[in-house]
Design a protein around this ligand. Structure first.
Ligand SMILES: *Cc1c(COP(=O)(O)O)cnc(C)c1O
Length: 421
């Protein structure tokens, strides 16, 4: 039996309709920006395996740091204990996060980082004796697949069975120069008619929505209005964090800093699963009391797993290196040149670039949408480039270590694919 056949016997894959889906592609090895399947065929990982492996797959710096940690301390309960990797990571991370972030709380993945952030926002008000029960979120946002995270996500096409059980959420559109007055007016109405506890947003780029961008100026105004009303602002930087937008964090393009930040994906460089919810001193202080129940009674068994912390430490060191910063700059320039190169192509509706993110919206009609997406995906894979179009948007978010030749191949294949749509 092949690997794929053995897989299909027992495994239930994420985001998959098994009745109609093609069999999964068995990957046996990864190095740098390249994935290799069991037949030896190579694919350039154009989306860094969902924006995790930004410093390259199987990066020896990260692997050796994790291997060393494996032989020193593997796991210990993080309630009542601490360890060097967690402490060192907290120091390194707070050094690069926006200055108002003062505490880090450890979780397992992006969704649980969001879940903890939402619970912190709700309990922050509860501890202060206020009953606030509403969250504010953007239309088309994506924050994960656990219940709290699903509730605040606006992309709920497949959430039908669960919607009756969601948290109470009010939505606003993302801000642009043309609509900011309208958005602020809508926000004011929401504030006037609800008890709002928190506002959660993906700063500047909505990843799952199709790498949609919005403007820093408008977002600043929204955050300012929220803060005036003591609404806890939660920046979900699970996708945008660790250099993808050209700065370490997208929030660093803004004047107003979040009260809480959610980090995962590239946090651990694609090596081990972990996430962090960071917060300001004043959020943390709202949980201090002689009454035990005012503490944050939330834990995951693998909180601050030392191996994950080791991967994150090595990742941050790499991110801050001149070499990686030069790579980010190089990819950004290259994306801009490609954007100029395909400008005016009649198959393209819009293109945009921020940091290492390149998105291309195609001029396809809605009925053909699913078909086009699958056709493009199959074409890219056949050509040895792993890209996962979102609806009618093709996006590239490569590992920072991708070579110029590999990047050129990604562009060439995209250009060729336009002949198919
Ligand atoms: C991926 C993602 C999540 C969810 O993270 P998981 O680790 O998949 O649970 C949450 N928010 C954003 C912005 C993401 O991109």
């Amino acid at each position: 039996m092949t690997l794929s056949e053995r897989d299909q016997k027992h495994i239930w894959h994420p985001l998959t309709q098994h009745q109609t889906a093609a069999p999964p592609i068995p990957i046996i090895q990864a190095k740098g920006a390249v994935l290799r399947d069991e037949n030896g065929k190579e694919y350039i990982d154009g989306i860094a395996s969902w924006y995790t492996a930004m410093y390259g797959h199987c990066n020896p710096v990260i692997a050796s740091r994790v291997a060393l940690q494996m032989l020193t301390l593997d796991q210990v309960v993080f309630t009542g204990f601490t360890h060097e990797p967690a402490v060192e990571l907290s120091e390194k991370l707070l050094n690069i996060l926006p200055e108002n972030q003062k505490k880090v709380f450890f979780n397992d993945n992006g969704s649980t980082a969001v879940e903890a952030g939402i619970k912190m926002a709700l309990q922050y008000h509860y501890n202060k004796g206020e009953k606030r029960n509403t969250l504010i979120a953007f239309e088309e946002g994506f924050h994960g697949d656990t219940f709290g995270a699903m509730s605040v996500s606006g992309l709920s096409v497949y959430n039908g069975p669960f919607e009756d059980f969601f948290l109470k959420v009010e939505r606003i559109p993302t801000p642009r120069k043309e609509n900011i007055d309208e958005v602020l007016k809508k926000l004011q109405e929401i504030l006037a008619t609800n008890q709002c506890a928190g506002f959660i947003y993906e700063p500047l780029v909505q990843g799952a929505a199709g790498m949609k961008f919005h403007e820093a100026e408008g977002l600043d105004k929204i955050i300012t209005l929220c803060k005036e009303n003591d609404i806890v602002c939660i920046a979900d930087e699970v996708m945008t964090g660790f250099g993808k937008t050209g700065k370490h964090f997208a929030s660093q393009y803004l004047e107003s800093q979040p009260d809480i930040m959610c980090l995962s994906k590239a946090l651990t460089a694609g090596m081990v699963a972990m996430s962090i919810t960071s917060c300001t001193q004043s959020i943390f202080n709202a949980f201090l009391d002689n009454d035990i129940a005012k503490g944050f009674f939330h834990a995951h068994t693998y909180s601050a797993n030392p191996l994950a912390c080791a991967a994150a430490i090595a990742g941050i060191d790499l991110l801050c290196s001149q070499e990686m910063q030069d790579n980010i700059e190089r990819i950004n320039k290259s994306h801009k040149a490609f954007k100029a190169n395909i400008a005016g192509n009649p198959k393209i509706k819009a293109t945009r670039v921020l940091g290492v993110i390149l998105a291309i919206d195609l001029e396809v009609t809605m009925e053909r949408y699913g078909v086009t997406r699958n056709k493009l995906f199959d074409f890219f894979m056949e050509k040895g480039v792993f890209l996962r179009p979102l609806g009618n948007t093709i996006y590239v978010l490569p590992p920072y270590v991708i070579s110029d030749i590999e990047l050129q191949k990604v562009y060439d294949v995209i250009k060729e694919s336009l002949l198919l749509v």
